[in-house]
Design a protein around this ligand. Structure first.
Ligand code: ZN
Length: 633
């Protein structure tokens, strides 16, 4: 054995005499044993479980590469026994003895009680890993999965290196401390970034960009004196919105080569939005701040986690991602620091309320001392319309518009609101609350919805039940029709009858929604419905404010357009908690935090929420500014 690390020695001592384990490596915080003994590989499960109980780390047992059945024969065998599973792809990762089977019906590949996977192990000695193929084709998912396989040898070495660092020597001395620096997204929205430090570790939480700014405040303070990029041990990303993940590839341009933790939907949607971010910059004639090379570098360094999976990310820090209810795959981060010395919960963007797509955020954890919570709608005037009322209103507007043979344009952000509105309309059509009209989904909204179909596990119980029990995936409903080209867009506005159109961008700043508005605005049979926040200065805000004529950037020229269509703004579909939901979240938290830090909100909202929480819950609160640092303990 080459590795003489203490933990490996301990495992070696616990292994049975003839186990023939020839190699032990780390895969991040997990440990993988490679054996040359077929019987031990197939029947060693109990023994491994005993060892796991002693060392309290996850262990995977695989066959040594030299003992695997050849790739072609294995492929043939798998295809044979998984005929009914709609297998879409089979990848081999020989350096890790893994065969990945991508299927539209993962449950069928696994078989009753894992029968089929066991058969594959017995016959081929490969370790099968089953992943879900998106029900709607997604190029981004395909590219990401291909990239991970292409770099499988790199991944093996990288994950081992990460593991060695996690298991390196550490003891909590008497002089141990925990410190937090606000690098972006404090008393403001956009460029979220936090640095958490202990005497042993440096961890970044979120690396966002403020897309609404071209100025010095677009990026977080990565040049803060306490941050050295080469000393970062791990990065954790809460969700795929650009104000949380948008600047991550830049870290790799600056030389970061460590791990990044996030859920798989966050990875896939995040990559999609980053590629779009570069595209938009190019289209606007600007030099993009990073390229697809850095995005690829980022993908190679991502370690995906599921909700509730407890993982060591440094010798003294253990994290768990928990559902935050905001968008698909969005997480809160729970950090157990210094072996229980201090526990922090960072909410990221938080929805403490059920939506059609997601469950509300989790409130129970083992320990908690410091809470870092967002405050987007934390001001005393931030009251949201109840969801049911908002849904009723939307259905009403759609019906009214169809009756006069008009079209309804709904400008949306690609992620979150779009899928929520799709579910609302699909349900309304299914229950005949609106007639069966086509709902056109333009460009990026379609691509991001396709990613949703690969991860039903991250959606709420209702949607999962529809997909798995009733076998009706609402996103695959025939009412949704894709619009993918300028030609189709032109045909749609000129020839097609009453319909609903969902298109980006949500504030009518760039994207196909602007073209649709340009073509639909002057016909008073049509309607436009805003379902998200319209920033000051955006075209959306001007229309929402009731301007009867606006200038629209169309094919590179500013053209005056008369606003004759009906204009509606329906609030209440937000993916953020209302002020009441934020307070309700804190009152349901178990255990209660001793200290609450407010971020991700305009100045007055942060201060307002901080003082309300202090009065209501008698806990210490603060609303740091960007570049402030706090000692947590
Ligand atoms: Zn967000």
């Amino acid at each position: 054995m080459v590795n003489k690390l203490e933990i490996f020695e301990k495992i070696e001592g616990l292994l049975p005499e003839n186990s023939k384990v020839v190699d032990m490596v780390f895969e991040g915080a997990n440990i993988v044993l490679y054996t040359k003994n077929v019987n031990f590989f197939l029947q060693g499960k109990e023994k491994i479980k005993e060892i796991v109980d002693v060392i309290k780390k996850r262990i995977d047992l695989r066959m040594d590469e030299s003992m695997l059945l050849d790739v072609e024969k294995t492929k043939k065998y798998i295809e044979e026994i998984t005929k009914d599973a709609e297998v879409t792809d089979i990848f081999f990762d020989p350096k890790r003895s893994i065969v990945v089977i991508e299927s539209k019906k993962p449950g069928v590949v696994i078989g009753k009680n894992g029968d089929l996977t066991q058969k594959i192990r017995e016959k081929t000695h490969w370790t099968p890993k089953i992943i879900r193929a998106p029900a709607v084709k997604s190029d981004v998912i395909k590219t990401i999965r291909k990239t991970l396989f292409k770099y499988s040898e790199f991944r093996r070495k990288f994950l081992d290196k990460v593991g060695r660092k996690i298991y390196s020597e550490w003891q909590r001395g008497r002089n141990y401390w925990v410190r937090l620096s606000a690098l972006g997204g404090f008393r403001e929205v956009g460029r979220s970034c936090l640095l958490l430090q202990t005497p042993k570790s440096n961890v970044l939480l979120d690396v966002g960009v403020n897309v609404a700014s071209d100025d010095f405040d677009a990026y977080p303070y990565l040049q803060a004196p306490e941050l050295k990029i080469k000393d970062i041990d791990a990065v954790i990303i809460t969700h795929a919105h650009l104000d949380h993940i948008g600047l991550l590839p830049l870290l790799f341009k600056y030389g970061y080569d460590g791990p990044v933790y996030m859920t798989e939907p966050t990875r896939d949607i995040g990559v999609m939005l980053q590629l779009d971010y570069i595209d938009v910059a190019v289209r606007e004639g600007k030099e993009p701040i990073y390229s697809s090379t850095e995005i690829k570098e980022m993908i190679k360094h991502i370690i995906p986690l599921n909700y509730g999976e407890v993982t060591d990310i440094a010798p003294d820090i253990r994290i768990t991602l928990l559902n935050s209810g905001h968008v698909l795959g969005s997480s809160m981060v729970h950090l157990n620091i210094g072996d229980g010395f201090h526990n922090v919960l960072y909410t990221g963007d938080l929805k403490y309320g059920n939506t059609l797509l997601l469950d509300k955020a989790i409130t129970t954890m083992q320990r908690l001392e410091t809470l870092i919570i967002e405050s987007t709608y934390g001001g005393s005037k931030d009251i949201q319309t109840p969801r049911q009322e908002s849904i009723k209103k939307l259905v009403e507007v759609v019906n009214k518009t169809i009756n006069r043979k008009g079209k309804v344009l709904i400008p949306v952000l690609g992620v979150g609101r779009a899928q929520e509105v799709m579910l609302i309309l699909e349900e309304a059509i299914r229950f005949k609350k609106i007639p069966s009209i086509p709902i056109y989904i333009d460009g990026m909204v379609w691509d991001i919805t396709a990613i949703h179909t690969a991860y039903p596990e991250f959606m709420n119980k209702n949607v999962r039940k529809q997909i798995f029990v009733n076998k009706v995936n609402p996103f695959l409903s025939p009412v949704f029709k894709r619009i993918g080209s300028a030609q189709e867009r032109k045909q749609l506005v000129e020839n097609k009858g009453p319909c609903v159109i969902l298109a980006t961008s949500g504030m009518l700043v760039g994207g196909p929604s602007v073209d649709y508005f340009f073509n639909l605005a002057e016909d008073k049979r049509n309607s436009i419905v805003f379902v998200n926040y319209q920033a000051e200065g955006s075209l959306g805000r001007k229309i929402q404010n009731g301007n009867k004529e606006v200038a629209v950037l169309y094919k590179g020229k500013k053209v005056p357009v008369k606003v004759n269509l009906d204009v509606y703004a329906i609030k209440g579909f937000s993916g953020h908690s209302s002020r009441n939901e934020l307070l309700s979240f804190i009152s349901h938290l178990k255990p209660k935090p001793r200290r609450v830090i407010i971020n991700h909100g305009e100045n007055s909202k942060c201060l307002d929420l901080a003082s309300t929480i202090h009065k209501k819950f008698s806990v210490e609160t603060s609303a740091p500014r960007v570049l402030d640092a706090l000692r947590l303990r």
